[in-house]
Design a protein around this ligand. Structure first.
Ligand code: SAM
Length: 329
């Protein structure tokens, strides 16, 4: 059945849909359609929409009959992840990326923005570039294990894939522990650890990460338990020698460069969580040797508590975490 629809570029689709809804022009009985980079939003009054400045065309639209998953539209199961109301896809082929984005928008997946990965994570802030395929807002609020994290994927690092791992480590924190999160990002370790009763020192060199971390600490009611330090953790932590019962080091490619700082921050009995990316043939050896080289000359004994595989990172490469107790009498 042919009905009047407002045609708009897909990038401004959500804004258009919202504006039409606000003016009571949206036809909620017909499905929104997506084709060739344009979105077609069914409207109840073509003249009013034209008067409001919209491009109105007649188009065949389907009757709305309940939620449709993206796989049903595409004929295959797409891979995507959700970060709040941002949907992230990872497609090298731009046509296929567009096809998946269209299907997600058309489907029952709740989303305001669809992005495709446009680069690897890079630079000191560990941020990546994105192709924004739908919507325009890369800021969102993501929920993880009962906590809320506001963040902008264009400005800060955040991976929802690490949720289970962060939970594994957070559960080890005891009431009253002093924790240093050396590379805190927007707070996905620091905030739940503070919520468990830890006194947390959260460090990051990215001002945007610290800004969101401050907001997230307030948002989750733990601001009083978190001290924020903005800048290079090797310099900002000068007043905290010997302070930490636990140190989280989630900067996998270069954490080794910061082990001297971690040892300087450690109390006489401290647990380090060292994240690393290594070849599958010896994923834990290099990290363990680096910890011994940093801690033993400072008089610590080193005891590996857990050798944990977090996830596959690339062919033959693993993202791992070493939980290590360093102690001296
Ligand atoms: N822990 C957070 C998480 O799980 O989402 C963020 C991890 S991200 C891989 C590493 C973080 O370390 C980034 O936010 C980056 O800005 C920060 N960083 C990099 N170099 C740093 C340094 N020298 N001092 C403090 N933070 C640093």
């Amino acid at each position: 059945m042919s009905t009047p629809c407002v045609r708009a570029p897909l990038e401004s689709g959500e804004a258009t849909r919202q504006a039409l809804a606000e003016h009571d022009l949206l036809d909620g009985d017909r499905e929104i359609a997506v084709e060739d980079g344009d979105i077609y939003v069914p409207v109840v009054d073509a003249d009013a929409a034209r008067d409001a400045g919209y491009d109105v065309v007649d188009r065949v639209t389907a009757e709305r009959d309940g939620p449709t998953p993206p796989a049903e539209i595409l004929g295959f199961e797409p891979t995507y992840e959700r970060l709040g109301d941002v949907v992230i896809i990872d497609e090298d082929d731009p046509d296929r990326a567009r096809e998946i984005a269209d299907a997600i928008v058309e489907s029952d997946v709740p989303c305001e923005t669809v992005v495709n990965r446009a680069s690897k994570v890079s630079g000191e802030f560990r941020v990546r570039e994105w192709d924004v395929l739908y919507g325009d807002d890369t800021e969102t609020v993501h929920r993880e294990y009962g906590h809320e994290f506001a963040l902008d994927i264009a400005e800060v690092y955040f991976s929802p894939r690490l949720a289970t791992e962060r939970h594994r480590v957070t559960e080890q924190v005891n009431d009253g522990e002093r924790v240093v999160d050396m590379f805190a990002g927007v707070g996905p370790f620091a905030i739940p650890m503070a919520a468990r009763g830890g006194d947390v020192l959260a460090c990051d060199v990215n001002p945007a990460a610290i800004r969101y971390l401050r907001e997230n600490a307030e948002r989750n009611g733990v601001a009083e338990r978190i001290t924020l330090l903005e800048g290079d953790v090797r310099e900002t932590t000068a007043d905290y020698d010997g302070w930490a019962d636990r140190v989280v080091m989630n900067l996998p490619h270069s954490a080794d460069d910061f082990l001297d700082t971690a040892v300087r921050l450690a109390s006489d009995d401290c647990v380090l969580h060292l994240y690393d990316i290594q070849h599958e043939d010896d994923p834990f050896g290099p990290g363990e040797r680096a910890i011994r080289e940093a801690a033993e000359p400072a008089g610590y004994e080193v005891e590996v508590l857990t050798r944990h595989e977090v996830r596959s990172y690339a062919p033959h490469e693993l993202n791992v975490c070493l939980d290590v107790r360093i102690h001296r009498s």
